[in-house]
Design a protein around this ligand. Structure first.
Ligand SMILES: NC(=O)c1ccc[n+]([C@@H]2O[C@H](COP(=O)([O-])OP(=O)(O)OC[C@H]3O[C@@H](n4cnc5c(N)ncnc54)[C@H](OP(=O)(O)O)[C@@H]3O)[C@@H](O)[C@H]2O)c1
Length: 243
């Protein structure tokens, strides 16, 4: 088994990759903008789990490079974990469209660009799983994060539609909705709705694949927390200035 992690230095992506290395003895490719760091992480995985692991250069927003990146892979992956993502403070995105665009491209456009290429390959081989990391943020627009949330909402719908397209082909897509996981992306931030430990997030992603699930939250409580938030009346949300 070969697992390709796009955004290969993502802490959640790495936690999931380690589960596949440990439990399936999967070989791992970490594809990242930071090749040096990806190689370092690959060496660690290789030493810890006795699998082949390597780093590769990949930029999710260099859209034109995506066909060549995928075509050049000597062995095509069985599982692709789309782990890259960009979070910039909402206020900064409101004030500067360039930043809003980075968030939209880094979470949504880049995912569509590379995953359409992967999906074509998986469809023609009649096998393979795409695991996309979206976010609970995309389930309800709130003033604290609505540009990131809009991009993630788009990604969630994209992954749902991709799974529908692939149904019956032998290939599939899993939508992952992490809640708050303490990684470098959210350093300095806190959560009102609980924290999912990094290792739990990695295990939940692996279990979702193992059990053939379509869409999951990471962490046990998140499904119920989000059911509550999704169902709050708009008139209540509008008055909550802290969300
Ligand atoms: N942590 C949370 O609470 C949380 C909650 C919900 C959803 N998520 C989502 O889960 C995914 C993983 O996040 P994480 O928590 O593991 O954060 P992370 O450790 O910061 O990982 C995000 C990774 O995305 C990579 N990236 C950003 N732009 C890229 C680009 N243009 N090309 C290639 N890679 C790029 C970054 O790579 P560099 O190393 O090159 O900067 C970084 O390593 C993200 O999609 C995030 O939105 C996270």
């Amino acid at each position: 088994m070969l697992v390709l992690v796009l955004g290969g230095n993502s802490e959640i992506g790495l936690a999931a990759a380690k589960q596949f290395a440990e439990k399936e003895k999967a070989d791992i490719i970490l594809a990242s903008r930071n090749l040096e760091k990806a190689r370092e992480n690959a060496r660690d995985i290789s030493e810890e789990f006795g699998v082949r692991a390597e780093g590769m250069a990949f930029d999710a927003t260099a859209f034109d490079t995506h066909p060549k990146f995928y075509n050049d892979l000597a062995d095509k992956p069985d599982i692709v974990i789309q782990a890259f993502g960009v979070l910039i403070k909402q206020q900064e995105c409101q004030e500067d469209f360039k930043k809003a665009r980075q968030v939209i491209d880094g979470n949504l456009t880049g995912a569509i660009s590379i995953l359409e290429i992967v999906a074509r390959d998986f469809e023609s081989r009649g096998a393979g799983t795409i695991i996309g990391l979206s976010s609970v943020a995309g389930e309800r627009g709130r003033k604290s994060s609505y540009i990131y949330a809009a991009a993630k909402s788009g990604l969630t719908v994209y992954l749902d539609g991709l799974r529908h397209r692939l149904y019956g082909s032998g290939a599939t897509a899993i939508t992952v909705l992490p809640g708050f996981v303490p990684t470098k992306m959210v350093a300095g931030r806190s959560s009102k709705f609980g924290v999912t430990p990094l290792e739990t997030a990695g295990k939940d992603i692996y279990e979702a694949w193992k059990k053939g699930r379509h869409k999951i939250y990471t962490g046990k409580k998140m499904r119920w927390v989000m059911a509550y938030i999704r169902n709050l009346p708009e008139s209540v949300i509008l008055k909550r200035r802290d969300l």
